[in-house]
Design a protein. Structure first.
Length: 173
């Protein structure tokens, strides 16, 4: 049983079967609003999700993200992260004195309720061998034109769909 909702301008969820909790800060949600592909010429955007992991409670808090960078490759239907995101991760880790790190990935799709493509699923599976995450799970977010989709991956072959949330009208203003 999963719960995904807006609460106090944050997105929060609880994965009851695994007793995991998570939250995404308002500033991250606001950034996603600005990258929605609402126009025909809008290109995909993306980056990494940064924050803290609390192992005693199995809770993650996403409080920052990277956004498209100069060397990223962006088209209407593709986004490829450059190594610049790794540099931003290292800076974040240093700025948080080693308490913050990589929690997941995000990107946009030009569709109302986004679904991961085969390319997305392959990218997610490769993360288990190519990147070091703070938690044993990866948060995967796809920002659509009207809804945000949330997935959690525990291994290369184990993904759980947390759900969709519409963009909050408070954050749209």
């Amino acid at each position: 049983m999963l719960m995904l909702q807006y609460l106090n301008n944050r997105i929060v969820w609880k994965e009851n079967d695994k007793a995991y909790d998570g939250a995404i800060s308002e500033s991250v949600i606001t950034a996603w609003c600005g990258f929605r592909q609402s126009h025909v010429r809008s290109k995909e955007a993306g980056g990494i999700l940064l924050g803290r992991y609390y192992p005693d409670s199995h809770t993650i808090l996403v409080d920052d993200l990277t956004t498209p960078m100069f060397r990223d490759k962006r088209t209407r239907t593709t986004f490829f992260r450059s190594k610049a995101h790794d540099k931003a991760l290292k800076k974040y880790w240093k700025d948080t004195k080693g308490f913050g790190g990589l929690l997941g990935l995000w990107h946009t799709h030009p569709e109302p309720k986004p679904n991961p493509s085969n390319t997305d699923l392959n990218d997610l599976a490769s993360q288990f061998t190519s990147s070091k995450y703070l938690s044993e799970r990866i948060l995967y977010v796809i920002v659509g034109t009207s809804h945000i989709g949330f997935w959690i991956a525990y291994s290369q072959n184990s993904k759980i769909f947390l759900g969709y949330l519409p963009f909050s009208t408070e954050l749209d203003n």
